[in-house]
Design a protein around this ligand. Structure first.
Ligand SMILES: [Zn+2]
Ligand SMILES: [Zn+2]
Length: 378
């Protein structure tokens, strides 16, 4: 790609008389005739602004005299009088001193294009992160965790048993014949067996009959194909755009090089594919009626009491029967903890229940959040 080169002339400010925007071709101030030096940033040139392509908004230099200065190499600064000198001369134009190894070099500015200003989030984000961390630490170490620790601490309180209650039930079940339905492939004929002393029974499967075809479920089956199109985007070359960069020549002039780069644009297109279409198809199976046995509740008796010893209701198992026993116990304890409260102890067995007596003293271990952890008879 063809390159386009231009020479851009910088400007400087005289610190002796205050003259501004002096073109670089003047090595002495046109107003006070003082030579340009390193001091006071006199030799840090302003090359003007650039546009979005990086192209200088200043006109390029075309006259011979200025182009000759631009091509003379980097300036050097006299070690004796400080004056700026062309790179291609060996004696100071101001004091005639020889250019020695102690002559100072010209400052070279970095004129490479600046990356687009990002929201460089250094201090702001740091602050945010620090705040969040502090927040978590704070809420944990001084908030939640502290509450958690305080809340788990316990204190002992005195209470009293106000009531004891027991409930006992006996459920009588009988192994009875019944008809059910099932899928033919899951049924195999088995003879039933009656329970002996309420155990060892087999429900059995007999007299499989009246089989009919019924829907058992569905399955997915391919049902042809369809063309499905989706709109997608891709990058495509769409002409060219100019890009320029500048290089400080170290003598008040900058060289600008511009060239054309391929430009890329988003283009939408249709992405089409052939996809298999599916439909749900019912699946049928043979469903049959059969005879079997199952436990059925035929009776239930319940007894409740308070201070009296727990007793079982009278209910015994007959032929092909069994009984199931259920028991539950409750001990109500009243105590004072920021008001009158009730705590219920639920013993699992009779021997654990009968030791509780109405009016008895109780020591309760309660957390600071009010949860009863332990209740012990005194
Ligand atoms: Zn001046
Ligand atoms: Zn000199």
């Amino acid at each position: 790609m063809a390159e386009r080169r231009r020479i851009i002339e910088g400007t400087w400010n005289c610190t002796s008389c205050g003259a501004k925007n002096i073109p670089a071709r003047h090595k002495n101030c046109p107003s006070c005739n003082n030579p340009r030096e390193l001091t006071g940033k006199e030799s840090e040139f302003d090359f003007g602004d650039v546009d979005a392509a990086g192209r200088s908004t200043r006109e390029g230099v075309t006259d011979e005299q200025a182009l000759d200065l631009a091509g003379a190499g980097e300036d050097w600064f006299c070690a004796y009088c400080g004056a700026s000198n062309r790179g291609d001369v060996t004696a100071c134009r101001q004091c005639s001193a020889e250019r020695g190894s102690d002559a100072k070099a010209a400052p070279i500015a970095d004129l490479s294009p600046q990356p687009p200003p990002k929201p460089a989030p250094k201090p702001g984000n740091w602050k945010k992160v620090a705040l969040i961390v502090a927040g978590i630490l704070g809420s944990c170490c001084f908030g939640t965790c502290a509450i958690g620790y305080w809340g788990n601490m316990t204190h002992d309180l005195r209470g009293e048993v106000t009531a004891t209650n027991w409930r006992r039930a006996v459920v009588q079940e009988r192994f009875l014949p019944e008809s059910r339905t099932g899928w033919r492939d899951q049924l195999s004929s088995t003879a039933p067996r009656m329970p002996v002393d309420g155990a060892g029974e087999v429900p059995g499967v007999t007299n499989i009959r009246d089989c009919v075809s019924r829907q058992r479920g569905t399955r997915k089956v391919a049902d042809g194909t369809e063309r499905v199109c989706r709109t997608k985007t891709r990058k495509v070359a769409c002409g060219t755009e100019e890009k320029c960069r500048r290089r400080d020549k170290g003598n008040g002039f900058a060289e600008e090089v511009c060239h054309d780069e391929t430009k890329y644009c988003n283009e939408s297109y249709e992405d089409c594919q052939t996809e298999t279409r599916y439909r749900n198809e019912p699946v049928f199976s043979q469903q049959c009626t059969y005879d079997t046995y199952a436990w059925r509740q035929v009776d239930q008796r319940e007894m409740k009491g308070t201070d009296d010893p727990p007793r079982w209701p009278e209910l015994t198992a007959g032929t092909n029967e069994r009984v199931r026993r259920e028991e539950s116990y409750r001990v109500s304890v009243r105590y004072e903890d920021d008001g009158v409260k009730e705590h219920v102890v639920e013993p699992q067995r009779e021997d654990e229940f009968v030791v509780w007596k109405k009016g008895q003293g109780v020591t309760l271990t309660v957390t600071n959040l009010g949860k009863v952890e332990k209740a012990v008879r005194r």
